[in-house]
Write a protein that binds this ligand. Structure first.
Ligand code: ADQ
Length: 457
């Protein structure tokens, strides 16, 4: 089997001379080995959309970016991607805003991208498409005659069958997925839901080897839980803890930390309510524990994101109003992004990492929190069962985020947990993070993609 180049496609192209996002770290060594090209939107809008090619000596991949028009941005990105697919895939069909022009432009952007890609892919390249913005890309590429191996990775949860039925174009949706050779999902339960969706369709045949066939196209579905660069994050946290300013605490006071993009899927209101329940049920902790919530704004043009913002402002105001005293503020709520190094130090300072999404593909904050701990005296991770990460992180205190009493009790238990138990749990979690790290993820996925049988091979 020859090793063709790697072609990665994601909604946003990593820009700048030295891009450093998680995916860049993940793919750096794959690109180092095989070379290739990364394709994605430029983040700019223009009415006469341009494409740009750039090759940077410090980067192991070339870059091809394209602009969206203002309408495409509104319909493809804010519309179908983030007002239809995002809520639906996170179990919030009630928040979907379906409009036929959203779908039309979602298809059109993917078709345009396929045309562009068809002009740059070589015969033995493998193509790896990232995330829900680009679901139809394989089908569009096949329509232009591209017969390369094409893989897809979904970073968010895969929806249940009943939710898929709420999509105005649910039949087309299954066809999009079936056009890939390999669909990678975060968790085993996502794979189960995808197979359930395939099984519901009379025209899809499930094969004994676990793959599915729609017409001539055969697709494999497997889970590849994404990781972080745990070793590097641990070093960064140790350093940040020494040099960065810390959160000022009263003597004996301990910190619970929550870090999320401000998104309704992250369960931040539940988290605030569970913290309030802790203060109610455990008055002995009042004054001795505070919650630091960092939640920078995202997708503010979408109405549901404005609603969650005001809900949180109200809740944190109420809780602080009811419990604060002259020296203690129960909830510190920061509606801003915090630089990565600073974040790493804050994770390390916190006695508890509280991660309570109601639905989440993986959740990297849970992994970062664990990696940032001091191994001698580590904090405790309280983690929602609804995060993909829960399948790998069984040594966290796993909770049902809808059950406020349970979350409050897990917090109390975490705050009182003896050092021996904290160390044992942390050691087990850390071992998992170091073995199944970010490079493990991309290697495993690409080996599987390069290995899938294609056509008559
Ligand atoms: P996200 O929904 O963005 O990712 P997550 O996995 O938690 O969620 O990743 C967020 C990243 O942004 C983390 O690296 C975190 O440190 C950073 N971040 C969050 N809040 C921040 C803040 N206030 N300041 C600075 N940085 C902040 C999607 C899926 C996830 C999946 C990832 C990767 O929704 O389920 O884990 O992709 O596949």
């Amino acid at each position: 089997m020859g090793k063709g180049r790697l072609v990665v496609v994601s909604n946003r192209l990593p820009l700048g001379p030295n891009p450093s996002g998680g995916l860049v770290v993940a793919l750096r060594d794959a690109f180092d080995e095989a070379g290739g090209i990364w394709v994605g939107t430029s983040g700019r809008q223009s009415e006469t959309p341009k494409t740009r090619f750039d090759s940077h000596p410090g980067l192991p991949f070339d870059r091809l970016s394209f602009d969206l028009t203002k309408t495409e941005y509104e319909h493809y990105y804010l519309g179908y991607s983030n007002s239809v697919l995002w809520p639906l895939f996170h179990g919030r069909a009630d928040l979907m805003e379906t409009r036929s022009r959203f779908l039309a432009d979602y298809r059109a952007v993917n078709a345009r991208l396929a045309q562009m890609l068809a002009g740059v892919v070589h015969r033995d390249d493998v193509i790896w498409v990232q995330d829900y913005h680009l679901l139809p890309l394989a089908q569009a590429l096949r329509a232009t005659g591209v017969s390369n191996r094409i893989g897809f990775f979904l970073h968010i949860p895969f929806p249940a069958l009943y939710d898929i039925m709420a999509l105005p174009n649910s039949e087309e949706f299954i066809g999009w997925l079936a056009a890939y050779d390999l669909v990678g999902l975060q968790a085993r339960r996502d794979v189960a839901r995808l197979l359930e969706a395939f099984r519901s369709r009379p025209d899809v045949e499930l094969m004994p080897d676990g793959s599915a066939k729609l017409g001539e196209q055969r697709v494999e579905a497997r889970s590849f839980p994404i990781g972080i660069d745990a070793a590097a994050f641990a070093r960064e946290a140790a350093k940040a803890f020494e040099v960065q300013p810390r959160v000022p605490l009263e003597p004996g006071e301990r910190l619970i930390i929550g870090v999320d993009r401000l998104d309704y899927s992250k369960g931040i209101p539940n988290r605030f309510k569970a913290f309030r329940r802790l203060l109610e049920v455990h008055p002995e902790l009042n004054g001795l524990v505070s919650l630091l919530q960092i939640a920078p704004p995202t997708r503010e043009e979408v109405a549901a994101y404005q609603d969650i913002r005001s809900e949180l402002e109200q809740l944190s105001g109420q809780i602080n109003g009811a419990y604060a005293d002259l020296t203690w503020t129960p909830i510190r709520y920061i509606h801003r992004a915090v630089p990565r190094a600073r974040l790493a130090g804050l994770y390390r300072q916190a006695a508890v990492g509280l991660v309570t999404p109601l639905a989440d593909g993986m959740n990297l904050v849970a992994k970062e929190y664990v990696a940032a701990q001091n191994t001698e005296d580590p904090g405790v991770l309280v983690l929602s069962d609804f995060a993909g990460a829960a399948e790998q992180m069984e040594d966290a205190l796993l909770v049902n985020p809808f059950d406020l009493d349970q979350v409050a009790e897990a917090l109390a238990r975490a705050l009182k947990m003896p050092k021996g138990e904290r160390r044992a749990r942390h050691e087990a979690l850390m071992e998992g993070l170091l073995t199944q790290d970010i490079t493990w993820w991309s290697r495993k996925y690409l080996a599987a993609l390069r290995g899938v049988p294609r056509g008559l091979e």
